[in-house]
Unconditional design. Structure first.
Length: 223
């Protein structure tokens, strides 16, 4: 019997998007519920051990942590997105974790309080993408011809840059042709495009403007 799946989501959360992309790649039917993290409903606090999204409800059982959720989905629903070889699979899990470190660096970038902190954050992000440029092959995906869970982790990463590009030219992805090609392929993938609601870009822009940060000041006049 097919399990009933519910993805507890927030409209801007990149970790939620990983799970939504994985579900879409599997062609799995699932429901979505939305949580306002600024005003958490009691039912959410009661079932989320870390107070975070995403959660995946599986016939009422609750899973938390996006990497665990994606691994569970990969083990229970075809087609497999992780490599069959254990060593390669471990490497992919490590690059998913690297994707989490890029998301942390993106948070530091949009929260940087002044120009100096902003430059440091941009340099740090640039360094992470330079590392990625070294490990990418001929594409179109992280590991070549087959879409993997590393791709699911990086689709939400690049989505930030669609809004950052509207604010200014920060040069973070410049001179990295493999990264740029990967970004374009991910943006065109239906599972990635469909992981957010249509208002996502404007919600993110509004979120950035409310940071009180250096980037927020640059974003004031963006239309
Ligand atoms: N390591 C977690 C991170 C999830 C996460 O940070 N979620 C954020 C939203 S994007 C959240 O729920 N934050 C609420 C909080 O930290 O209180 C995962 O991979 O699922």
């Amino acid at each position: 019997m097919t399990a009933r799946l519910e993805l507890v989501s927030h409209k801007l959360c990149p970790y939620v998007q990983r799970a939504a992309i994985t579900l879409a790649e599997k062609g799995a039917a699932f429901e979505r519920s939305w949580v306002d993290l600024g005003n958490r409903p009691a039912w959410f606090t009661a079932i989320s051990p870390l107070g975070k999204v995403p959660l995946l409800k599986v016939d009422g059982e609750v899973l938390f942590e996006s990497a665990v959720i994606c691994d569970y989905l990969d083990e229970t629903l075809g087609p497999r997105l992780h490599p069959a070889d254990p060593l390669l699979r471990a490497k992919h899990r490590a690059w998913v974790e690297f994707g989490s470190s890029v998301l942390t660096a993106i948070g530091t970038f949009y929260n940087a309080p002044d120009a100096a902190a902003f430059e440091r954050a941009a340099d740090s992000l640039e360094g992470k993408f330079a590392t990625i440029e070294q490990v990418l092959g001929d594409g179109p995906w992280f590991a070549g011809a087959r879409f993997s869970l590393v791709d699911a982790a990086f689709g939400p990463v690049f989505r930030y840059f669609d809004v950052f590009d509207r604010i200014g030219r920060f040069g973070i992805l410049d001179g990295k042709p493999k990264v740029q090609a990967w970004r374009a392929a991910l943006a065109a993938r239906p599972s990635v495009a469909g992981a957010v609601t249509p208002e996502y870009p404007e919600l993110l822009l509004d979120f950035v403007r409310r940071r009180g940060s250096h980037l927020a000041a640059l974003a004031v006049d963006v239309t």
